[in-house]
Design a protein around this ligand. Structure first.
Ligand code: GRF
Length: 203
């Protein structure tokens, strides 16, 4: 399965996918790492791993659609079959979703549908939730609204800060995101309306 990984920041999720591809835990190959920020740590990680990478700066485009068209063109040219958003801080428009129907996934650091959007670790703590976690989901044109593939739960402790909770959640992100990608690589994921069925009849 040919992956295009899109990131805006540090890229620890990208790194976990790179590592698991290299260790052959995932039957996939990253054919493009694409960032919208020139300074993204994810670009350094791609470079270090010898992966094709490019920066398309959204600030160079007037309209979201024009940026998305450039991103789609780069992904198609690289032969990407699954688009993996890994801390990609841009909302995806209709042109992008239509170019890769049910072929774009995202990871979100909360238990959707609770706490969509930004700064969600802080929001979960301030709300007083006892548990949070992360969600891998298909991407539609909404913000964090697509069908849920996989979730992992972590406790919220009394002494938690935004950073300590984010770190606990990230550990789980690095486990479930590669796992979800592998299920897609094995064609074991079916979308049934909002519900995603995982076929575990094999092995
Ligand atoms: C992760 O928490 C992810 O869930 C969110 O953005 C963060 C990206 O972290 N969408 P990293 O760049 O993969 O380290």
């Amino acid at each position: 399965l040919k992956l295009g990984v899109l990131a805006s920041g540090g890229g620890t999720n990208l790194q976990s996918i790179i590592d698991q591809c290299q260790q052959q835990q995932i039957d996939a190959e990253i054919v493009l790492v694409l960032c919208n920020n020139p300074g993204a740590g994810a670009l350094d990680r791609a470079e270090k791993a010898g992966l094709p990478n490019t920066c398309i700066n959204h600030r160079d485009f007037e309209a979201r659609e024009a940026f998305d068209e450039a991103v789609v063109a780069a992904l198609q040219e690289a032969g990407v079959e699954l688009v993996v958003l890994a801390g990609f801080m841009r909302i995806i428009s209709e042109v992008f979703v239509a170019a890769f129907p049910n072929r774009i996934i995202n990871i979100h650091p909360a238990l959707l549908p609770s706490f969509p959007g930004l700064h969600v670790q802080k929001k979960a703590i301030e709300y007083g939730a006892r548990f949070s976690g992360c969600t891998v989901h298909f991407v539609d044109t909404g913000v964090d609204t697509g069908p849920i593939i996989m979730q992992a739960v972590v406790p919220i402790l009394d002494e938690d800060t935004e950073d300590s909770l984010a770190a606990r959640i990230l550990q789980q992100e690095h486990k479930i995101y590669p796992r979800a990608i592998q299920l897609i690589a094995e064609d074991r994921i079916k979308i049934d309306g909002r519900r995603v069925r995982i076929d575990d009849s094999v092995d």
